[in-house]
Design a protein around this ligand. Structure first.
Ligand code: MG
Length: 390
């Protein structure tokens, strides 16, 4: 079975048919919560990440086999990623064997190597996920079965976001906060960060895991100072403390915070940074995003590498897509799944899911369906409606 065509396009509309119908109880934390970031020292852009991040839409990638069967992948950063797929990788892969995911992934790595980097990895991811969806449909199997699962009956999920009371009500027993302040906010910011974590620990009690996401906002010194202040609140882990390229910084953080569990890697692309972090034992938990770091093929390689060095893999926002759910059900060293909650308290998760076939956590657990491929629940007509005249 050969590939007939590979086409990428912008996803501008909701794949599940519109905004939620249930009224919100209050606006979501994402509406106005300040989150520390690498832009926090620039006053114009400090308050909200949306003020400086690109407004590029998401990317859909449709791979069609010569018999008309198809698979669908998704990623981010629309125009440049679409250009890489439609202007480079897609035409070169047409006519190649559609089931040969290792071969095709290796070819894509080679083809993008002269310009490489993050954006090419988003394009590789979208194509790879579409190929696995197609492979599952051709074989009549869910992807988790194709990769050797299930390893577990369900995925234990943790909720990411700052509407902690809502997550407790929904039955989550682990939750991660976005850290509001960083080095630019000085001593007052340190105190306010401590106050937030203290309040949330008091709210969740002793039996719920509490984590802190620092979204690349800190340096080593600030990370150490904040971590020392937060010791009484028993964080399960601190995440993404430093700029992604700063592996030497991670080594230093490890030495200065020997008792703290460190997580990171959601902004790493291709395999080498994960290999360095594994071999150097720089992190306890690596968090590739299946739509960014090289698709399912890339994340399976990362997981096996991590397992050899005693690391866990907990995908970035892994429960927010059917792609991540299939990985998380099947991979041995994947103990939990992240469910990022940007929707408002009161709105049922079914009303904000990514695709109609996607399952959402109930009482902090989820299991993808047994539908072939990733069980996206989309028809070709749904996808063609996204890209008229494709
Ligand atoms: Mg994160």
């Amino acid at each position: 079975m050969k590939i007939r065509s590979i086409r990428a396009f912008e996803i501008r509309s909701d794949l599940t048919g519109g905004p939620p119908s249930t009224p919100q109880r209050r606006p979501a934390w994402t509406a106005d919560a300040e989150v520390a970031s690498p832009m926090s020292r620039h006053d114009r852009f400090k308050r909200l990440r949306s003020s400086w991040r690109p407004a590029w839409p998401s990317v859909g990638c449709l791979v069609t086999a010569e018999d008309g069967r198809w698979g669908f992948g998704m990623s981010r950063y629309g125009p440049p990623v679409i250009a890489i797929i439609n202007g480079h990788l897609g035409p070169l892969l047409e006519g190649e064997p559609a089931m040969a995911t290792e071969r095709l992934w290796d070819m894509m790595q080679g083809m993008t190597s002269p310009y490489g980097g993050g954006l090419s990895c988003y394009a590789v991811s979208a194509i790879d996920l579409a190929l696995w969806d197609l492979k599952g449909k051709i074989l009549g199997q869910p992807v988790y079965a194709l990769i050797g699962g299930p390893l577990r009956e369900h995925i234990d999920c943790y909720a990411t976001g700052n509407d902690t009371d809502w997550y407790l009500e929904q039955g989550f027993t682990a939750t991660k906060l976005a850290c509001p302040y960083g080095p630019a906010d000085g001593e007052r910011g340190l105190a306010l960060n401590e106050q937030l974590v203290a309040e949330r620990r008091a709210l969740v009690g002793d039996s719920v895991d509490l984590m802190l996401d620092c979204w690349m906002a800190f340096d080593v010194d600030y990370s150490v100072r904040l971590a020392e202040r937060l010791r009484p609140f028993r964080l399960r882990w601190m995440e993404d403390c430093l700029l992604p390229e700063d592996l030497d910084g991670l080594r230093s953080l490890r030495q200065r915070l020997p008792g703290l569990t460190l997580a990171g890697g959601e902004h790493w692309y291709t395999i080498p940074p994960y290999a360095q972090a594994a071999a150097g034992r720089l992190l306890d938990i690596v968090q590739p995003d299946i739509g960014w770091a090289g698709g399912l093929t890339g994340c399976l390689r990362i997981a096996q590498l991590a397992q050899a060095f005693g690391q866990s893999v907990i995908l970035h926002a892994g429960v927010n897509t059917p792609y991540g759910q299939h990985f998380s059900l099947a991979v041995p060293n994947c103990p939990m799944g992240e469910y990022f909650i940007g929707s408002a308290p009161g709105v049922p998760f079914e009303e904000v899911r990514l695709t109609p076939g996607m399952q959402v956590p109930v009482a902090g657990r989820v299991r993808p369906t047994d539908e072939p491929g990733f069980g996206l629940g989309l028809t070709l007509a749904d996808i063609e409606a996204l890209a008229p005249g494709r």
